[in-house]
Design a protein around this ligand. Structure first.
Ligand code: AMP
Length: 472
């Protein structure tokens, strides 16, 4: 199947080609023709499946016909976080470059006045987080009665963030004749109920989880003691043909300490976690992108947001507490047809966590045995003679006796500092469901707040340059 078979306009096909894509992903192939036929859709798909283009592309063609009206957006896309909203806006910019469409981004952390001005000029697409939209709506600054197409993206995350009541209110203010597209990685009962109430005869599309079913990723677990982790990691970094790697830890303190320790061992490592403000995170990501650093030690807040091509390895320095995080983490490698390797360190305390991961992914992760057993935690570099039994490394290429930095970083092809960096209720702490959110600033559980930027009201993240809301 090619994009040309999906019924999209020639102008749109041109921008898809320019973006470098010729074959639609599963969700795109199944959703695009139905959206063009004005059907409601329930798409069970995670990020990484190409789901954004599955609604952005047909929307552009649908909106190509019609007229903008002041204060009345013609279509509405609801996103749980500012950065996801910005990423969707970037998709519109990329694919809509041959169309005369106007959009506005309605998110917290951007001046309200600018957003109102953009709306009063009339927009074809409004991309919003529910809280800010409700604020404007309640002030009478926006009319939803002209909105014929609604997208509810990442519905299960909206639920986690307490946005469902807002979404219900918003849905009830839109024309009942509208077309509704709902995307969610999972289908908990509340979302099912929402879909039953607000969608009409939807087409149900479910696509495979991108990472766990991705045969491009060789997954391994390694049994280690807590004390032996650092040495085991260094050992693998030196011997497993590592180009660029993301190393995940469950706690911010571990991220910081590990990055420091790797630097002291001569590795070119950086860090990203929720105690850093958005500018610092962006700067560190840029270094990773440019190949200035080849290793990024990260907390889960980064796992969900990063769209990076060219990462050869993912290390789960800690087995993630939540199995979903495993899928998100390892999905940072093996992207866009490339191959990747994912190693998960498992201590005796992680038995339940790894069992949950294997239950979710439906596969037993093969055990990878470090040859000669676990390296000594405190052993000096010179003592480490044995390389791991890496399937890919021929004997002659095993670890040299002397410590050496990992292979120079191949520049990462692409990095989109994307969703979730700022507002994902990351799980560095105990698993607690977020309570009902206050408007645009979802209030995650107290212990999760530590993972959010220090000033959650201020967003320093990337805002696409074209955005009329901030440009005005
Ligand atoms: P998404 O699931 O929308 O977050 O998309 C994940 C990644 O897949 C993004 O980097 C997209 O640019 C990329 N992508 C979208 N559509 C395609 C396609 N048809 N072929 C290859 N990559 C794609």
């Amino acid at each position: 199947m090619k994009f040309a078979d999906l019924g999209l306009s020639d102008e749109l096909l041109q921008s898809v080609t320019d973006a470098g894509y010729d074959t639609p992903t599963a969700i795109q192939a199944q959703a695009i023709p139905s959206v063009l036929m004005m059907r409601d859709i329930i798409g069970i798909a995670q990020t990484g499946t190409g789901k954004t283009a599955s609604f952005v592309l047909p929307m552009i063609d649908i909106l190509a016909h019609g007229r903008r009206r002041a204060l009345m957006p013609r279509s509405l896309i609801l996103e749980p976080t500012r950065e996801l909203a910005a990423q969707v806006a970037e998709n519109f910019e990329k694919y809509g470059k041959n169309h005369d469409l106007k959009m506005a981004l309605l998110i917290g952390g951007v001046q309200m006045g600018d957003q109102v001005k953009a709306l009063s000029d009339g927009v074809d697409v409004l991309i919003a987080t529910p809280g800010r939209l409700m604020d404007l709506f309640e002030r009478g600054k926006i009319l939803l009665t002209g909105c014929e197409l609604l997208v509810i993206d990442e519905a299960d995350r909206m639920l986690d963030m307490g946005f469902i009541p807002d979404i219900e209110t918003i849905c009830s203010r839109l024309p009942t004749t509208r077309q509704t597209l709902l995307f969610s990685a999972t289908m908990p009962p509340v979302i099912k109920k929402l879909a039953d109430k607000f969608l009409s005869n939807p087409k149900y599309i479910e696509v495979a989880r991108p990472a766990s079913n991705n045969s491009n990723i060789a997954q391994h677990k390694i049994h280690v003691s807590t004390r032996g982790k650092r040495e085991a990691l260094r050992h693998l970094l030196r011997t497993d043909n590592v180009g660029t790697a993301i190393i995940f830890a469950n706690r911010k303190t571990t991220v910081r300490e590990l990055a420091k320790s790797l630097q002291q061992s001569g590795f070119s490592a950086g860090e990203i976690h929720g105690d850093m403000d958005q500018n610092a995170r962006n700067a560190e990501l840029q270094k990773f992108k440019d190949g200035v650093i080849s290793i990024l030690v990260a907390s889960d807040v980064a796992a969900r947001g990063l769209d990076v091509k060219g990462v050869s390895h993912v290390f789960n320095y800690d087995t993630p507490w939540h199995p979903d995080d495993y899928v998100h983490r390892i999905g940072r490698t093996g992207r866009a047809g490339a191959t990747g390797r994912a190693f998960t360190f498992v201590t005796s305390e992680d038995a339940e966590a790894i069992a949950n991961v294997e239950k979710l992914t439906g596969m037993k992760i093969p055990v990878f045995t470090l040859e000669g057993g676990e390296p000594e935690a405190a052993a000096p570099a010179e003592k480490r003679e044995q390389a791991p039994r890496a399937e890919r490394a021929p004997r002659g290429e095993r670890a040299p006796r002397r410590e050496r930095a990992p292979k120079a970083a191949a520049p990462v092809d692409e990095i989109e500092v994307s969703p979730e960096l700022a507002e994902t209720p990351a799980r560095e702490a105990a698993p607690v469901r977020a309570p009902r959110a206050r408007r645009d600033e979802p209030r995650p559980p107290k212990d999760v707040l530590t993972e959010l930027p220090s000033q959650p009201g201020e967003w320093n993240g990337p805002v696409p340059g074209f955005l009329s809301v901030s440009a005005l």
